[in-house]
Design a protein around this ligand. Structure first.
Ligand SMILES: [Zn+2]
Length: 279
């Protein structure tokens, strides 16, 4: 399995014959407004361009995975890129109807999709009212029999659901957002302390992304790496630069069996999220 990190949460994930583009934010640097809606000192987004490696990495992509519809995970250029190629878009039951309305070939990611064990894990993208406002967000556990299993956590703060999924599913690789995002109303992503807990509870490797690409994510790679070294976790944690490709080998044993989960339909909350996404 290969994970070619592009920028923010965008990556190309190669699992067996599948070359899956995850959460494409393809906007040119500075072409979107600041995400620090309620704070001063914002910058236009994204704050860095796509890396030069992106073009080659995107060759041969044969599917797309969307964790949720926020503009730093699916923006207008990302949407146009998918539409031009007519690629299948794999997502969860909550995001599927709205993405379908955008004319995409949407398929629901369920156990057995793409020849993999699949589970959707529901997240909280912040606490209290801000978490509600951010809308429903999902993570995916993907387990191909010939590849390491991977848990794409998606945007989240630390919850029992995330920790329970890690201990039950024992993913070989966990990809988690580490920018400690905040737009002036409290954290909407894992704090650094929560990332330490995540790494301590996990037995496999971790990849931290969602860093140094959008203006509401203040944590830097250097800062995060230093903390992981301090906690004795650095040997299992990778923090890729934009454009860096990581390779993971299958470990022994069989993958845990996913569970089917029912997600509550969010109605108004989903409408708000879709408005916010504006794609
Ligand atoms: Zn995000």
């Amino acid at each position: 399995m290969k994970l070619h990190h592009l920028r923010n949460a965008s990556a190309v994930l190669q699992i067996a014959e599948h070359r899956l583009l995850v959460d494409p934010m393809f906007a040119e640097a500075g072409s979107m407004p600041s995400f620090r809606f309620l704070a001063r000192g914002g910058q236009k987004n994204p704050i860095v361009p796509l890396p030069p490696e992106a073009e080659a990495a995107l060759e041969g992509v044969n599917g797309v995975i969307i964790t949720h519809e926020h503009p730093d995970h699916l923006d207008r250029p990302g949407l146009a890129w998918i539409q031009e190629r007519g690629l299948p878009v794999w997502t969860n039951a909550v995001d599927a109807p709205n993405l379908r309305r955008k004319g995409l070939d949407v398929r629901e990611l369920v156990d057995g999709s793409l020849g993999m064990g699949v589970e959707t894990i529901t997240n909280r993208h912040g606490r209290g009212p801000v978490g509600w406002l951010m809308g429903p967000v999902a993570g995916y556990f993907l387990a191909h029999p010939e590849e390491p299993s991977v848990y794409l956590v998606g945007d989240a703060v630390l919850t029992d659901a995330v920790l329970e999924a890690i201990s039950r599913l024992e993913p070989d690789v966990i990809v988690a957002p580490a920018g400690t995002a905040n737009f002036g109303l409290g954290d909407i992503l894992f704090s650094i302390d929560e990332l330490v807990t995540l790494a301590q509870r996990a037995e496999g490797e971790l990849v931290f992304n969602h860093l140094e690409a959008v203006d509401h994510c203040p944590t830097t790679r250097v800062q995060l790496r230093a903390r992981m070294v301090e906690e004795g976790l650095a040997d299992r944690v990778q923090i890729p630069e934009d454009g860096e490709e990581l390779t993971f080998e299958r470990r022994g044993g069989s993958h845990a069996r996913p569970r089917t989960t029912e997600r509550r339909k969010p109605w108004l909350q989903k409408w708000l999220t879709a408005k916010m996404a504006g794609t």
